[in-house]
Design a protein around this ligand. Structure first.
Ligand SMILES: Cc1cc2nc3c(=O)[nH]c(=O)nc-3n(C[C@H](O)[C@H](O)[C@H](O)COP(=O)(O)OP(=O)(O)OC[C@H]3O[C@@H](n4cnc5c(N)ncnc54)[C@H](O)[C@@H]3O)c2cc1C
Ligand code: FES
Length: 263
């Protein structure tokens, strides 16, 4: 007998853990193991409310985790109904191409950090954290996601953090995340992975190129509004591609001439 998997059918699950990261950003953890690679995403749904693409924030084999900023109907509903079952379908999309690169500089702005957490966990499980530098920019100290993990990561890898606006308790870097780029060592076959708001990605790419990275070695994770997540509805196109199907990660040299890449 041939059984056909219905790719639209979500699996309903209740999170086993819920943690507020900041005033508006939370992390949910499921008992299910992560069967995706860093950079991939799931569609999370709530009956009668809607469905949203959310990046996997956990490494392969670890409990499936998402970190979500409450911005609208689905993301606020999940935050306000912590005991409700959530529909999960996925994983979809491609992964960060970290294997084979000499060194990775991962640059995350704001809520771009979850798939970099997954990257850290994937690289850690293969003993490759020495090949990773992370640059993370948050708006202010109170907007920093993963405060506990960051303390551990700073001991295990080259993890650098900055905030746009400090406060009296903040002793670290102040400035946008691009200001950290000139301080990183440039490796001959190194790659840069960039994820965050479009304006942050645009200026990061400019700074990376100034710093000697070629467009072929820069990868961007692009965000587009999605409906189906599987290349059917046509909602998420950029140029000739559907972001859900060919992305969300694109080599910059492939998309650099698309006028909407940083929109
Ligand atoms: C591949 C991918 C991975 C993502 N990973 C994460 C993640 O790990 N964590 C996280 O918090 N968010 C992530 N997002 C963004 C997340 O999907 C949206 O914030 C979410 O869909 C909003 O849904 P909502 O129903 O709560 O908001 P809505 O009620 O749909 O909208 C609320 C507001 O946000 C705007 N908005 C909604 N979605 C987008 C979008 N994609 N781009 C720009 N504006 C938008 C709307 O215009 C509106 O102003 C990801 C998006 C993509 C495409
Ligand atoms: S979300 Fe439907 S084609 Fe990408």
């Amino acid at each position: 007998m041939i059984t056909i998997k219905n790719e639209y059918l979500p699996e309903k699950m209740k999170p086993i853990r819920f943690r507020m990261e900041t005033d508006d950003t939370y992390t949910i953890v499921f008992s299910k193991r992560t069967m995706s690679h860093a950079g991939q995403f799931y569609m999370l749904s709530v009956d009668g409310v809607g469905e949203s693409p959310i990046s996997v924030a956990s490494g392969f084999g670890n409990p499936l985790t998402f970190s979500i900023k409450a911005v609208g109907s689905v993301t606020k509903y999940i935050m306000d109904h912590r005991d409700s079952a959530i529909g999960l379908r996925g994983p979809y999309g491609n992964a960060w191409p970290w294997k084979g690169a000499d060194h990775i500089v991962a640059i995350a702005g704001g809520i771009g950090i979850p798939p970099i957490k997954a990257l850290i966990e994937d690289m850690e499980s293969e003993g490759n954290l020495g090949d990773l530098t992370v640059l993370y920019g948050a708006r202010s100290p109170k907007d920093i996601v993963y405060k506990n993990e960051i303390e551990a990561w700073k001991k295990e890898l080259d993890f650098r953090i900055t905030v746009d606006n400090g406060d009296p308790s903040w002793k670290g870097n102040v400035g946008v995340v691009t200001t950290l780029i000139p301080g990183v060592e440039r490796y001959k076959n190194g790659s840069a992975f960039v994820i965050g708001p479009p304006i942050m990605m645009k200026f990061s790419v400019q700074e990376l190129i100034k710093h000697g990275f070629s467009p072929e070695n820069i990868y961007l994770s692009l965000e587009r509004r999605m409906e189906c997540g599987i290349g059917v509805c046509g909602h998420c196109n950029i140029g000739q591609w559907y972001v859900c199907e060919s992305g969300p990660i694109f080599r910059y040299s492939d998309v650099m001439n698309e006028p909407e890449v940083f929109l």
